[in-house]
Ligand binder design. Structure first.
Ligand code: FES
Length: 178
């Protein structure tokens, strides 16, 4: 009788131990939450102040997001406006923050509302359209999707597709003054 009870308890402990091992193994095999979301960066637009450049990271690249002031918007060209992401009343500039000359990271000059690349002097307007050589093209708009008050970088949404169809992403030259 005693032997049966000991055997039962040993079996129960062995069972619990095996379940623990299996659970630990499953946790090891399951992808980490960050890995599951690799390739996508979600930006909460509520945390962005006007005329303050926010820099995020997506697939190892810097992502610039600038919330424009009504003043900036009022002075915009057609191409500038077409590259804006509009959520509610707010206009946002989104781009990969790499100079299209040789890939340096331009700085934002808040007082002038321009981007300046210190490497060789290129400039961009507040929509990241190149305005001064040697930058040959606007800074590139990455794939994005608007989801409520978030920008999901890495997903292609309707607004991105429309910009792509209109040739506004930065793969071709745009005139900042038209
Ligand atoms: S890398 Fe920006 S101007 Fe040359």
């Amino acid at each position: 009788m005693k032997t049966d009870r000991r055997g039962f308890m040993l079996g129960a402990f062995t069972g619990i131990g095996a379940a623990g091992v299996l659970y630990a193994m499953k946790r090891t095999w399951d992808p980490l939450p960050t890995v599951q979301h690799a390739g996508v960066t979600t930006i909460n637009l509520n945390e962005i102040n006007e005329n303050e450049l926010m820099i995020y990271k997506w697939r190892g690249k810097p992502i610039f997001v600038l919330k424009k002031t009504p003043d900036i918007v009022a002075k915009q060209s057609t191409n500038d406006l077409a590259r804006d992401i509009i959520v509610g009343e707010a206009h946002y500039m989104l781009c990969i923050g790499l100079c299209t000359h040789l890939g340096c990271i331009p700085a934002y000059r808040e007082s002038k509302h321009i981007f300046l690349c210190a490497c060789h002097g290129a400039e961009y307007d507040s929509s990241a359209i190149n305005t001064k050589a040697p930058a040959p093209l606007p800074m590139l708009i990455p794939p994005f999707k608007i989801k409520e008050n978030n920008l999901v970088i890495g997903d292609e949404g309707l607004e991105y597709t429309k910009m792509k169809e209109r040739g506004l992403l930065g793969l071709k030259k745009l005139d900042p003054y038209t």
